[in-house]
Design a protein around this ligand. Structure first.
Ligand code: EQ3
Length: 322
């Protein structure tokens, strides 16, 4: 029987436990715009007592510089309006330009705005703002998450801000810029060992990703292969996966620990592997507990890989089917 992405998405599905991350994001989405901005400020400053992101490199900040300079020159009321526009995904000039930023440039933009807020150059919270009880509900839900889950919620809110540029025609796209590289904080882990797994495509995938060798990683996929990032739809085909990896997978440290491999009657293999991933934004200070679910075709190529955020550290050992 031919492999399909739809059936691949369901491998090991019965071992998945609902994650508290979408539930927290749903609570955040229900907040009004000023409450959303205030929540982010409180959550970020609270988190900053234990973990803080690394400052983005100069090349990355340069991409956001023009917007940041415009904001610096504004009155506090105008600055607040820009932030409201971003959170409302409004079709306003700065919100539109932000909508074209890559994920990491969006994060760098907010990192720098946060610094400017701490310095008093940019208004942190709208003047006269009164916190509603809903903000406390989301803050309490956030406190129950582990640090890896907290930064995932934060990242998601930043990614979803700004005008949605996906429906605009190519004529409105700004000139493509090369994605600046992340400096690796730790030496890349070159020899991968995963308890219970010897599948060459999987070991080579992790090795390539840990060296930011995306060409090598892509060559391990079938032409119609797919990669499904956490809480997202599958990204299909070499070109789309390569674009995604260059934008979002740079500098990651992947530390798979254990897994299971099941041979299928058609010669394909299904694997579930659990372990920890570190992002260059937080380095070794935050580990995200994740699972990879691989479908390897009979020729040893990756037909599908899903990356799932685990609901709790106990899920690291949940490799059973039932
Ligand atoms: C200024 C402030 C605080 C207030 C204002 O009101 C609003 C905002 C937004 C503010 C600023 C907020 C800031 C600066 C937030 C910064 C957040 C950051 C830096 C978050 C970074 C998170 C990174 C994460 C969660 C990375 C996860 C990566 C994973 C799970 C990668 C998985 C992958 C694997 C393992 C693969 O095999 C394939 C690729 C893939 C990437 C999917």
């Amino acid at each position: 029987m031919a492999l399909t992405i739809q059936s691949a998405q369901n491998i090991f599905s019965n071992t998945q436990v609902p994650s508290p991350i979408p539930a927290t994001i749903a609570l955040f989405d229900q907040l009004g715009v000023d409450d959303q901005l205030a929540y982010l400020w409180y959550a970020y400053t609270e988190m900053g007592k234990t973990i803080t992101p690394a400052a983005p490199g100069a090349a990355r900040l340069q991409l956001a510089e023009s917007l940041l300079n415009q904001i610096k020159k504004m009155s506090p009321e105008e600055q607040t309006q820009v932030m409201r526009d971003l959170a409302n995904r409004a079709d306003a000039p700065i919100s539109r330009s932000y909508g074209f930023f890559s994920v990491n440039t969006k994060l760098a933009f907010w990192y720098e705005l946060g610094e400017l807020m701490k310095q008093g150059v940019v208004a942190p919270i709208p003047s006269g703002y009164q916190m509603t009880p809903g903000v406390q509900v989301v803050l309490d839900a956030t406190k129950k998450l582990d640090p890896g889950q907290q930064i995932t919620v934060l990242r998601n809110t930043v990614v979803n801000m700004g005008f949605d540029t996906s429906d605009l025609g190519p004529s409105s796209y700004p000139k493509a810029v090369e994605e600046p590289a992340f400096a690796r904080t730790a030496p890349s882990i070159s020899s991968v060992k995963i308890d219970g797994v010897t599948e060459p495509a999987v070991l080579s995938y992790i090795e390539a990703m840990n060296a930011d060798n995306f060409d090598k990683a892509i060559s391990l996929f079938t032409p119609e292969g797919a990669l499904q990032p956490p809480f997202q739809k599958p990204i299909v085909g070499h070109e789309a996966i390569a674009k995604y990896m260059r934008e979002e997978a740079q500098g990651l440290n992947m530390m798979p620990k254990q897994g299971i491999c099941e041979d299928q009657p058609d010669g394909s293999k299904q694997l579930k592997i659990t372990g920890v991933v570190q992002t260059p934004w937080f380095g070794v200070t935050v580990g995200m507990n994740i699972a990879w679910r691989f479908l390897i075709n009979p020729e040893g190529k990756i037909f599908f890989v899903a990356i799932d955020m685990l609901a709790s550290p106990e899920e690291l050992l949940n490799l059973r089917r039932v």
